[in-house]
Design a protein around this ligand. Structure first.
Ligand code: GLN
Length: 261
C-alpha cells in the first residue's frame, strides 16, 4: 500500500511536469501556425475559369488572379501550400470531405454557402450575366421561353437559372465546366447560359468565342477564399491579413493590372 501511494505520487508529479511544459510551449508560441507545424495547406481550385485560374499552355502551369493573389498572400504570411486545380464542383466537395483545406475559385460569398463554409474578406466583385450566340435574337429573360439553357454545376449561375426557370419557361442542361458550357451555346445545343460576367467577357475576347453577353449583371457579390465551416480558422486569418497587406503595398493592384483590370 505504501508503495502504491509512492508510485501514484511520482506519477502525479510527472504528469504535472508534462502539463507545465506543454502549457509553456503553447504560450511561448508566436510564430505563424504553418511555421510552427510545417503544415502544407492543400488548396482546391477550378481548372478553367480565366482570368482567375486557367492552364497556361506555354508553361504548363495554372495562372490567373486567384493563383497570383494566393501566392502573394502565402509569401506575405509565410505559409506553405499546393493547389489542386480539380474543377469548381470538385473543389467545393474536396473541402467539405476534408481532402483539401480551402478553396479559391472565383467563389461567390453567399448566405447559403456560409452554412457549410467560412469565408475570407471579399477580394473581387462579380455577378452573373446572360450569354447567347453572337447571332442570337435573345435580348432578355422573356426571350428564353421554350429554350434550353446551359449552366455549370454548383455555381451561382446554375442557382439563378433554377430560380427563374419556371417563371420564364425554359429547361436547364448542366455542364461540368465553363469551356464545355460555352461550346454548347456557341454550337447551338443550348440557346444561352448564365456565367460570371468578368469570366465570360475574358473568354469571349481571348478565345474569340462566337458568343455575346446581353442585359445587366445579376447578383453582383464578392468572391472569397473559403474553408470548411469551423475549420482552418488560422488560414482564413492569414488570408485576410495577407490580403490587407498586398492591398496596402500595391501587389494586389499589380496582379489585377496583369490580367487587364
Ligand atoms: N462565382 C460563381 C460561384 O461562386 C462561379 C464560380 C466558378 O465557376 N468557379 O458559383
Amino acid at each position: 500500500m505504501k508503495n502504491f501511494k509512492r508510485i501514484a505520487a511520482i506519477l502525479l508529479v510527472a504528469l504535472l511536469a508534462v502539463a507545465l511544459v506543454a502549457c509553456g510551449a503553447k504560450t511561448n508560441t508566436d510564430a505563424p501556425a504553418s511555421a510552427d507545424t510545417g503544415k502544407k495547406y492543400v488548396i482546391a481550385s477550378d481548372n478553367a475559369f480565366a482570368p482567375f485560374e486557367y492552364l497556361d499552355t506555354a508553361s504548363n502551369t495554372y495562372v490567373g488572379i486567384d493563383m497570383d493573389v494566393l501566392a502573394a498572400i502565402a509569401e506575405d504570411q509565410k505559409f506553405e501550400y499546393e493547389v489542386q486545380n480539380v474543377g469548381f464542383d470538385a473543389a467545393l466537395n474536396q473541402v467539405q470531405s476534408d481532402q483539401a483545406d480551402a478553396v479559391i475559385a472565383g467563389m461567390t460569398i453567399t448566405e447559403v454557402r456560409k452554412e457549410t463554409f467560412d469565408f475570407s474578406e471579399g477580394y473581387f466583385d462579380a455577378g452573373q450575366i446572360l450569354v447567347v450566340p453572337t447571332d442570337s435574337k435573345i435580348q432578355s429573360l422573356e426571350d428564353l421561353r421554350g429554350t434550353n439553357v446551359a449552366v455549370k454545376i454548383s455555381t451561382q449561375g446554375a442557382d439563378y437559372a433554377q430560380s427563374i426557370a419556371d417563371e420564364y419557361g425554359f429547361e436547364i442542361t448542366t455542364y461540368e465546366d465553363s469551356p464545355t458550357m460555352y461550346q454548347a451555346v456557341a454550337q447551338g445545343t443550348n440557346a444561352a447560359c448564365f456565367e460570371d460576367d468578368p469570366v465570360v467577357r475574358y473568354s469571349i475576347q481571348s478565345q474569340n468565342l462566337d458568343l455575346k453577353v446581353v442585359g445587366d449583371v445579376i447578383n453582383a457579390k464578392p468572391y472569397g477564399f473559403a474553408v470548411k465551416r469551423g475549420e482552418n480558422a488560422e488560414l482564413i486569418a492569414m488570408f485576410n491579413a495577407g490580403l490587407s497587406n498586398i492591398k496596402a503595398n500595391g501587389v494586389y493592384d499589380e496582379i489585377l493590372a496583369k490580367y487587364g483590370y
